[in-house]
Design a protein around this ligand. Structure first.
Ligand SMILES: Cc1ncc(COP(=O)(O)O)c(C=O)c1O
Length: 390
């Protein structure tokens, strides 16, 4: 390994939400934080160096994105996802959730129905309800083997003429599914038939564990590309989420124009100097670093899985196919959800995301962020041994 992912970095006092906002969310701040989806690893040197170099120039005035910004993503998509993205499909977004909200606002109308599939990343609820659209839920189902599936029959049954959009996460946060090509094809068929826009949040697309393969929905065929808006960023991959710089991919000219008008009207297109530099540098120089990171994360997943199976078998992780998040099923403990939460916070002193915050079917689940040095995970799992007393 050329990079050191074992290094423990004290993030307290750095303005980190994960470390410095715990008392607000958990009622105390003496917890080990394993919640917010950023990583405890250092942002890679090649990105920090590019930012430092820019700081050698003393003026931080208005900035613009160079063509290299967009080209870096086009190359990355082609090389890593085998997806040929055209330059004219691309636009900027100040963060991925911002891109989702701008798409909802610009491409649907008030009162329109938008489908989401809980348990799912909680801001999906906000970008729909907060913008006065109707939220329609198509909960994911766990099959007999414990794998999460989209419920296509239910999806078909809830679509009506007011339904205009479906928002997916690929890979899916929090359950860690990487949607297979055949699943995306079925989804695409429904969307094309009913003229639904699919808003695909692919922020976790670089975190894929073998043998799973990420398929960009819009790469399936031209018809689905015309109805797909993909929002993504290197922000999770390279731990630069604090720079709020993302990209939208909109092959459909009409939808793209709507997006552009909205981002212009709201004056949100400027971006920031460091976000632009970090984005471009990440995609240009980041492959070797990412490959090592993925190996490290896989060992963390194996470590958590093995530890729980051996020491607390009542807590069952759902095997992640992608993301650096593990969806832990506590139902084997036969304790009420709120009791588990209380033990996690007040006895184990751990801050995990509450499964219920991801909506329907989140009861008895908590989400563990494994993008941290393995010694941290070991400490956290040892604290969880307290569950053996119940
Ligand atoms: C699925 C998903 N989308 C978006 C985000 C956040 O994106 P941003 O910070 O760029 O708005 C997260 C962060 O956890 C996420 O998991």
């Amino acid at each position: 390994m050329n990079y050191n992912f074992d290094r423990l970095i004290d993030r307290k006092g750095s303005g980190s939400i994960k470390y410095d906002k715990m008392s607000f969310f958990f009622g105390r701040d003496d917890l080990q934080p394993l919640w917010v989806a950023d990583m405890d690893f250092a942002t890679p040197d090649f990105i920090l160096d590019a930012i430092k170099k820019r700081l050698e120039h003393p003026v931080l005035g208005y900035t613009m994105r160079q063509e290299g910004f967009f080209e870096s993503y086009m190359r990355w998509a082609r090389k890593r996802y085998r997806w040929k993205v055209s330059r004219q499909w691309l636009d900027f977004s100040p963060g991925v959730v911002g891109g989702l909200a701008l798409s909802v606002l610009s491409m649907t109308g008030e009162g329109d129905k938008i489908i989401i599939q809980p348990p799912v990343y909680h801001p999906f609820f906000d970008v729909v309800k907060g913008n006065a659209r109707q939220l329609i839920e198509n909960p994911l189902q766990r099959d007999a083997e414990g794998n999460y599936r989209m419920d296509f029959d239910h999806m078909r049954s809830i679509i009506d003429p007011q339904t205009k959009m479906i928002i997916i996460a690929n890979p899916h946060n929090p359950v860690g599914r990487v949607w297979r090509r055949d699943e995306l094809e079925e989804l695409a068929e429904i969307a094309v038939k009913h003229n639904l826009i699919i808003l695909s949040d692919d922020i976790h697309a670089d975190f894929i564990y073998k043998p799973n393969q990420y398929t960009p929905l819009a790469s399936i065929d031209e018809a689905v590309a015309q109805q797909t808006v993909t929002v993504t960023s290197p922000s999770k991959t390279f731990n630069i989420a604090g720079l709020s710089t993302s990209i939208v991919v909109i092959p459909n000219e009409n939808l793209r124009q709507k997006y552009r008008n909205k981002i212009k009207d709201m004056h949100l297109f400027l971006g920031n100097i460091f976000g632009n530099i970090a984005f471009e540098t990440a995609y240009k120089k980041g492959e070797a670093w990412l490959e090592e990171l993925l190996k490290y994360l896989q060992t963390n997943i194996d470590f958590v899985t093995g530890y729980l199976a051996e020491h607390i078998p009542e807590i069952k992780p759902v095997k992640p196919e992608g993301t650096f998040l593990m969806w832990l099923d506590f139902s084997g403990l036969n304790l009420p959800h709120d009791k588990v939460k209380d033990i996690l916070i007040n006895q184990a002193k751990l801050a995990l995301n509450d499964g219920k915050s991801f909506g329907q079917n989140g009861e008895n689940y908590f989400r563990l962020n494994i993008a941290t040095p393995q010694s941290n995970l070991k400490t956290a799992l040892e604290k969880m041994l307290v569950f053996n007393e119940f």
